[in-house]
Design a protein around this ligand. Structure first.
Ligand code: ZN
Length: 474
């Protein structure tokens, strides 16, 4: 089979795709939120430009799915007859934006048989069929954790129409998706009739795949740029990355790149990457990196903790010690509680010096980016083993802070910068009139400690307010 046919086959026509992911019909008319209400008396915090805002005794008026007014009591009088959510003593913030997730992965090894093969018990095709049929399971866990927008940066073609399907929903975060990953290696983690990895085998395949993704409604082009030792393959990979960047620019889509080595990350920036979804972990960033990132206005998503998730699952550690699992559905929780058979290779790797060294390098690189003023967004890589959709954001938010980022900077990364990375900042990321009413009411101030994002009291998505308890798995 030619690779063009291969690439095209991966990308179904849009009519099929749009029917492939149906919103659950379960929403009652009340869920559509035509009502007006006001969140009253809390301290409003957001990262609105030109500087962070902090308004004591604030009012946020919500009309339908959008914010009608957000400011002081004088600026935003509570409309007569509006329902009032009392936020006195609490903090009202934009919902968390997780700018690095994968709906094509489960949060455990059944979604990553390339990491640890559990296919005998969890056949990959049925795992993916379940993911495709019920993304709202993860959507609920995300809202429960206070996450109101997510960027799916690579997966099966059915992730693309989720953007359209979720924009008006009140029971799922807003999803923006890149669709299938263009890859330098012909990775096998596909289905016989559907690809999530499109092998960048030639210039024409790359360009056709980018154009098709655009046609299907993808919001970005993602390249999985895996370093290759062989110089000829590395040279070809570089050319393919360049073609992807060039074609993405031509069709008006931002280029996102997975590149964890310094050389590859700089090549990604040279190819025009607007978002890097991982940290460089093999070397300290150099001036070239900084210069290229600055010239591109690149946003970096450090994704510090995903490997911790792998270690927890593969070594049988307690994931719940990292972040609370009460928002996570029972089936995923049961999988996370399993003890996998010991594997010497894995044990040796995690006991060795590499993971620690890489983490230290990532953290040092994050500090350099902060000093240089390169924008940072928060993303977890949720869906990977041990990184559950939703509450794994707390582990990442706190890791960013521990690495040397101020809580206020983490706050900006988890809200406005995430919205900018996703291209939805006109609609999300701050609490301003006209934007979607996607917000959380927190017990304590998230701009003084990233740990205060844990346990939102109220979550509002597209104008529908939930108490956290309502969002716990049924
Ligand atoms: Zn990822």
């Amino acid at each position: 089979m030619t690779t063009i046919a291969h690439a095209r086959r991966a990308l179904l026509p849009p009519a099929l795709l749009l029917s492939a992911w149906r919103p659950a019909p379960a929403q009652s008319p009340a869920a559509v939120a035509p009502v007006t209400f006001a969140v009253v008396g809390g301290t409003l915090v957001d990262a609105a430009s030109p500087g962070p805002r902090r308004i004591a005794d604030a009012v946020v008026v919500v009309r339908g799915a959008r914010i009608a007014c957000a400011g002081t009591r004088i600026q935003c009088p509570v409309p007569r007859g509006a329902r009032v959510i009392d936020a006195r003593g609490a903090f009202v913030a934009p919902g968390i934006i997780d700018a690095h997730v994968h709906f094509s992965q489960t949060g455990w090894v059944d979604g990553r048989p390339d990491a640890l093969d559990a296919r005998r018990e969890f056949p990959y095709d049925s795992t993916v069929a379940e993911l495709r049929a019920h993304p709202e399971v993860f959507g609920r866990a995300q809202l429960c954790a206070g996450v109101t927008s997510v960027f799916d940066v690579g997966g099966f073609p059915w992730t693309i129409p989720m953007a359209h399907a979720t924009s008006e929903r009140t029971d799922m975060p807003r999803v923006v998706a890149a669709g299938p990953l263009l890859s330098t290696i012909d990775h096998w983690l596909n289905l016989p009739d559907m690809r999530q990895f499109v092998h960048m085998s030639s210039d024409s395949v790359v360009r056709a795949a980018v154009r098709e993704q655009r046609y299907m409604g993808a919001s970005a082009v993602k390249v999985w740029y895996i370093a290759q030792a062989d110089t000829a393959l590395a040279r070809r990979g570089r050319a393919m990355l360049g073609a992807a960047g060039d074609e993405a620019k031509r069709v008006g889509l931002p280029l996102l790149v997975h590149a964890t080595d310094l050389a590859e990350a700089k090549e990604a920036l040279a190819a025009g990457a607007k978002v890097l979804v991982h940290s460089v972990d093999n070397a300290e960033l150099d001036d070239d990196f900084v210069r290229l990132a600055r010239a591109n206005h690149t946003i970096v998503i450090p994704t510090l903790t995903v490997l911790e998730g792998y270690a927890d699952v593969l070594l049988g550690r307690d994931v719940a010690a990292r972040y609370p699992l009460d928002c996570v559905d029972a089936a995923t929780r049961a999988k996370l509680a399993r003890r996998l058979p010991a594997n010497e290779r894995i044990t040796t790797y995690f006991a060795g010096p590499v993971p620690k060294r890489e983490r230290a390098t990532m953290e040092a690189n994050l500090r350099r980016l902060l000093r240089e003023g390169i924008p940072i967004a928060m993303g977890t890589d949720a869906g990977n083993p041990g990184t559950a959709h939703g509450p794994s954001v707390y582990r990442e938010l706190e890791a960013l802070q521990s690495a040397g980022m101020s809580a206020a900077a983490v706050f900006g990364a988890a809200t406005l910068n995430g919205a900018i990375a996703m291209g939805i900042d006109r609609d999300a990321g701050t609490l301003e009139a006209g934007k979607r009413a996607d917000l959380v009411v927190l017990q304590a101030d998230p701009t003084v400690d990233a740990a205060h994002w844990r346990q939102p009291r109220v979550v509002v998505r597209n104008g529908r307010a939930y108490r956290r308890e309502e969002l716990l798995p049924r």
